[in-house]
Design a protein around this ligand. Sequence first.
Ligand SMILES: *Cc1c(COP(=O)(O)O)cnc(C)c1O
Length: 398
Amino acid sequence: MSTPALMPVYPRCGVRPVRGEGVYLYGEDGQQFLDFAAGIAVNALGHGHPHLVKAIAEQAATLMHVSNLYGSPQGEALAERLVANSFADTVFFTNSGTEAIECAIKTARRYHYANGNPQRTTLITFNNAFHGRTMGAISATNQAKMRDGFEPLLLGFRYAPFNDLDAALALIDGTTAGFLVETIQGEGGVSVGTEAFITGLRKACDEHELLLVLDEVQCGYGRTGKMWAYEHYGVTPDIMAVAKGIGAGFPLGACLATEEAAKGMVIGTHGSTYGGNPLAMAAGQAVLDVMLEPDFLSHVETIGQRLRQSLEQMIPNHDGLFEEVRGRGLMLGIKLKAGNEPREFVAHLRDNHQLLTVAAGENVVRVLPPLIIDESHVAECVEKLSEGARTFVGASDD
Ligand SMILES: *Cc1c(COP(=O)(O)O)cnc(C)c1O
């Protein structure tokens, strides 16, 4: 057997989308799917959002790419807007989440180097973390499925259980640079950082002159009903990686930092050929235009609560399958009872009920709809889930 032209690293399913419209995807044969996966929390505005489409088309015709050798009015404008709407003073644009993480790791190391503490290189990260697939990002998780066979990995990471503040604090020593943590773990199973955990990490950073590096690639950008997930905790990070929703389908990411935390990132220390090109900046601006409309985030919060309530009401009807609902806003997870395999349930929903969701760790099915859903989509999703639960249990009884 020869290797397929597309490197076979994904277990691709039979759905082969060729067109999208709002909250729906259409396959090669015209089949319609309710898309509550949203490209794994990417398509925040759904498919074919007119404002985003128009901005990309117009910018493509005007100027797509130059180089970071030249001045960037487009990059300055989007960076200024992000700075105005976050904790950050400065932004580096990337093409993906994992590159935003690489920039965050480099920024953290360079900060201590610039401070005369070059020995402070270690980031404390957490069990079940997912930070991307580059060498730095896989070194920053202890999940074997992402690391095996890729050693030697990067030095300078230690791992503690997520939401275990004492365990994290116990790892601090003279080589510690800071903490790298998802405010809400996504791939790991939609685990929400507890108030005590996130605020405790912040406090430890202040006490020990460490950096709090948040990975909000999945949970940031409006997904939880606030622009940033950290806003739920009343703390701010020093450095933050963002991607997924930022381009809402256009490949874009960003590393945000305070002026102090970014003080080592001077001319020549980092770069990217494509990062922040005019086409990407136009996409980013269009997404922000929509997200910063006065009612957008409150809609995410309200519809997120509706979806959550509806999911919770459904649980008792299928208590052999569903254990609990977790998450925040429209970053929700349904934990399945032990003995049920989330990947199988996701496949069942997809193949038999035309509902798209995403499997995650800790026996969780992720529900990550576009942020523009309305009540009718909530009702449709819950109907498909209930029906799917009924037929799934039936199927596994055979
Ligand atoms: C998806 C994700 C990444 C990696 O983003 P890519 O764009 O796939 O490189 C990093 N961190 C988190 C939390 C993610 O969900």
